[in-house]
Design a protein. Structure first.
Length: 139
């Protein structure tokens, strides 16, 4: 008798939880930090050589100033087809340009180079990054 009663109670509990135990799915809140810090816009790059023959990559970008911008952090990934193995290039920059002449010599015919520009707000929030991929060719 006790067995049948406990089975009945468990069945009722299961049915109740199945139909009434969960809330409807909720939408995820929009991240506010993407709007707090200016977004990197129109990121572009030009490739040249220095007077000593090194590769020189010059990055430029635009942004809408909303008063909450401290600096930009610049990251670079070499030979990474997924673009996920970034190294921080020091120091952070205060103007929307960056010149990189520290790309090591490579033996391949070409390599991919990824740059990621992350805006940093006065409140230390990170904004939406700008990412660009370049193909560099050996001369």
């Amino acid at each position: 008798m006790l067995y049948k009663f406990s089975r009945f109670v468990l069945s009722l509990l299961f049915l109740f939880l199945t139909f009434y135990g969960c809330d409807k799915p909720r939408d995820l809140p929009t991240p506010t930090h993407f709007n707090r810090v200016p977004e990197v816009k129109n990121l572009n790059a030009s490739v040249d050589t220095t007077s000593t023959g090194k590769i020189l990559v010059q990055l430029r970008w635009e942004y809408d100033d909303n008063g909450n911008l401290r600096e930009w952090e610049v990251y670079r990934a070499l030979r990474d087809t997924a673009g996920g193995n970034y190294s921080f290039l020091q120091p952070p920059v205060k103007v929307p340009t960056y010149s990189d002449s520290t790309i090591p010599k490579f033996v391949e015919d070409s390599i991919w180079v990824y740059y990621k520009i992350i805006p940093v707000g006065l409140d230390r929030f990170l904004g939406k990054p700008g990412i660009i991929r370049l193909t560099l060719y050996r001369k």
